[in-house]
Design a protein around this ligand. Sequence first.
Ligand code: ZN
Length: 338
Amino acid sequence: MKNKKLLSVTTLFLSLFLVLSSVALAEEKLDEAIGEEKVGFTGPYPDEVVSPEEPNTPSNPGQTDKNKGELRIDYVPYFFFDKANITKDGSYTLNAHAQYYTKGESPTGNFVQIVDERKANGWSLTLKQEDEFTLVGSSAVDPKEQLVYITPTGEKYHAYKCGNGTYMQTTLSDALSGGYEPCEKCYPNGVNPSEPYRLKGATLSLSHLWASSVHLGVGTTTTPTIHNDVIKMDSGKVYEIANAKGEVGKGRWAIVAGYSDEYAQKIGATSGTIKPMFDSANNPKLLKDSIQNIHSYGFDIEKQQVHTNEAVKLNVPAQDIRAGVYQAKFTWTLTAAP
Ligand SMILES: [Zn+2]
């Protein structure tokens, strides 16, 4: 009976490589006096979130961290990347999942929503990848407590049943104190399973950035300045995504990466970046079969089809990869202009 359980774990380890990105935390640095008289502006805005493509209708994209105050972040995105099979050289370019909504609205680009209700002063919005993508789950909490495999006669411990024989599960800590050493096949190139395992150099890129406002519409002279090249991020560096000066940027804004085909038509672009996904039998690929085990959306994903967003990519350079779920933290910072 125990073996059956082990088999299913082994299958998972061998066949799947799952990437989860982004606990994006909002952090506000507000050094302006709050509560000044509002000039030429009709706040306050409720801190509800709207879809950037339907900015007059409140939508619920799920919960994230938010700030309070007159200059604040109402919503930051989680970026999720789908399961992928481990490739031979371990390099990938993966598109993030699009932004979903609780009531089944059409998926959109991934966005951050901000509000500026102050007297005009301007702001800057930046994004930073705080650390490298790290293997998470039971093994990441305390690597020594992760389960490994040993055999009655062998001298090595294994990440999975890498050969024939009778494998038994034990903790890494017990395997180490029993004098077992890492199997070179399971832990190639000096991978030390006692250390948190990282995807080296895995970074995000953002493109097709635009700004949406319920208040002013798109393309007015008061639209914030949006970074319009592809932003290729490096871990640990701060990137400015958008900024606003003076009267510009007041109100409620979504800064968005990517858009649907419908929105592409509106702005005269050839096609959108949001793509519905299908399985090998050409049936809609469902979110519940994709990543539901590692994230609670806070709403019913039973029938939600997976949509990817080509405007948010994860680039993983070639390397040896351990199967599992990886996660990195991204910090959005909204700073009042000096
Ligand atoms: Zn092995």
